[in-house]
Write a protein of this length. Structure first.
Length: 470
């Protein structure tokens, strides 16, 4: 008789352990599904923020003109530089602006990451670059569908024979007339998301195996009285949890309600472990969402601090910090052998006299007026305030080509302001200026060009003082 009972007891133990194992695996995968959904939503929100930011810094009319002429403008080059920085700062795969057709995806502008640069891809794609072999008609269908959703975001899994699967979020870009002509897109590789989910599944399966082992040991000692009914109750609670949490993203639903039995054995421990696991899982998701929120808040705070550091509080010109950062960028161009720029140094005259006679408040107005004159000449070009009454302008591109004409206008406007008797004395701004360009054969760094411009400015200031006696 004893022999007859052992197979049944063993069978019940094996069946119960097997059932609990499947139940725990089910819990792990249901929870992983919820985590995957939450992560997907976070990635979509992250990519939408990137697309929105790119849209905010894009001059659509200028970009459309670049597409028409196939020639990059200064704003296009600045936008290219920004997306090259963003693709690494925001940890995404690609940021690009494209024009889809039925058979071809034209690249208007595409980011180049540091990893690509390290691999030898140091040049950005030209405007309207394309390769007919990259995408099929089926690959391009989501992009063309997104073009028809003006003002709306589109999200889809993209990819082709040559590119790995990516999660893409895009939004149509319209010009000032409201006409859609391109898509702003941001891609993230699906490998990161899948790796996070797989890691969680592996951990959940490992926990499941450990808890099943504990259950098997306990069932050997208290099989008849402490297995069948508690396991049934536990199974029912787990089924309710699985049904309640299936395909939901509400964290309040991610809770396991343990059955009410108090036997002090492994079954109760298993129940409590599953409950704790569900609570920990909820805590992991909450921590993840909280961390993501902190990252977003930190990004906003950093953005605000960067703007504060880069802008002069009095004149709203660029600050000395911004000038030093620009010098570092120019140093890289000099090292690469592709630098072409000129520096204008401006020093306001008579500031101490204005402060002593009319007060510091009017002295500040004098500085602001002088800065306004400089900015009226060098429109859309950063003006840097590097000292109390000293300003610097760096000329590149079209401004570099017109540097002599602009410099003549600058001198004329300061001369006019000084001679305008209808202005208050502290508004009759006088300034000495000096300009020189970068000579590749003679200049090794930006400071040499700056010092030469400063010498010319000092000479002009001395001449003006000798002429006016002030």
């Amino acid at each position: 008789m004893t022999v007859g009972k052992r197979p049944l007891r063993r069978s019940m133990m094996i069946a119960g352990a097997f059932f609990l194992f499947l139940m725990c695996v089910l819990l792990a995968f249901q929870s992983a599904g919820m985590l995957k959904t939450s992560l997907n939503q976070r990635y979509v929100a992250h990519l939408e923020n990137i697309v929105t930011y790119v849209e905010s810094i894009t001059d659509a009319d200028d970009l459309r003109e670049c597409i028409r002429t196939l020639q990059p403008s200064e704003k296009y080059n600045e936008l290219q530089r920004q997306v090259n920085l963003m693709v690494d700062d925001f940890e995404v795969e690609y940021i690009y602006i494209a024009v889809p057709t039925e058979h071809i995806l034209y690249s208007v502008l595409s980011s180049t990451s540091q990893a690509e640069i390290a691999a030898g891809d140091t040049e950005d794609y030209p405007i309207m670059y394309y390769d007919e072999s990259y995408y099929t008609v089926e690959d391009l269908a989501p992009y063309n569908a997104a073009m028809n959703k003006a003002g709306e975001y589109s999200a889809f899994v993209s990819g082709s024979e040559f590119y790995p699967d990516s999660y893409t979020v895009c939004k149509p870009l319209a010009d000032s007339n409201g006409e859609v002509f391109a898509l702003i897109c941001a891609d993230v590789n699906l490998y990161e998301l899948r790796s996070a989910v797989n890691s969680y599944i592996h951990s959940s399966v490992l926990i499941t195996l450990l808890t099943v082992g504990l259950f098997a040991i306990g069932s050997m000692l208290w099989l008849r009285s402490y297995v069948t009914r508690p396991v049934g109750e536990l199974e029912r609670s787990a089924r309710e949890f699985a049904q309640k949490s299936h395909e939901r993203v509400d964290l309040d639903d991610l809770k396991f309600n343990a059955p009410n039995f108090f036997r002090g054995d492994e079954i109760q421990s298993l129940s409590e472990s599953i409950q704790q696991m569900s609570e920990d899982m909820k805590g992991y998701v909450e921590d993840f969402l909280s961390a993501q929120k902190r990252v977003e808040n930190a990004e906003e705070e950093i953005e605000g601090m960067t703007k504060f550091a880069n802008e002069d509080a009095l004149t709203h010109a660029m600050s000395k910090v911004a000038y030093d950062a620009r010098k570092a960028e120019l140093a890289e161009h000099i090292a690469a052998g592709n630098a072409q720029f000129a520096i204008v140094m401006i020093d306001l005259n008579n500031l101490k006299r204005i402060n002593d006679i009319y007060g510091l408040e009017n002295g500040n107005k004098y500085i602001v007026s002088g800065c306004d004159i400089i900015r009226s000449v060098y429109r859309d070009i950063p003006v840097y305030r590097i000292g109390g009454d000293q300003f610097v302008v760096i000329l590149e591109g079209d401004a570099y080509k017109d540097c002599d004409e602009l410099y003549a206008v600058l001198e004329e406007r300061f001369r006019h302001a000084q001679e305008d008797t209808e202005r208050e004395l502290w508004e009759r701004c006088s300034a000495a200026a000096g300009m020189t360009e970068f000579f590749p054969d003679a200049d090794q760094d930006v400071d040499q060009v700056y010092r030469r411009a400063e010498m010319i400015m000092t000479r002009n200031k001395r001449i003006m003082k000798n002429q006016t006696g002030i």
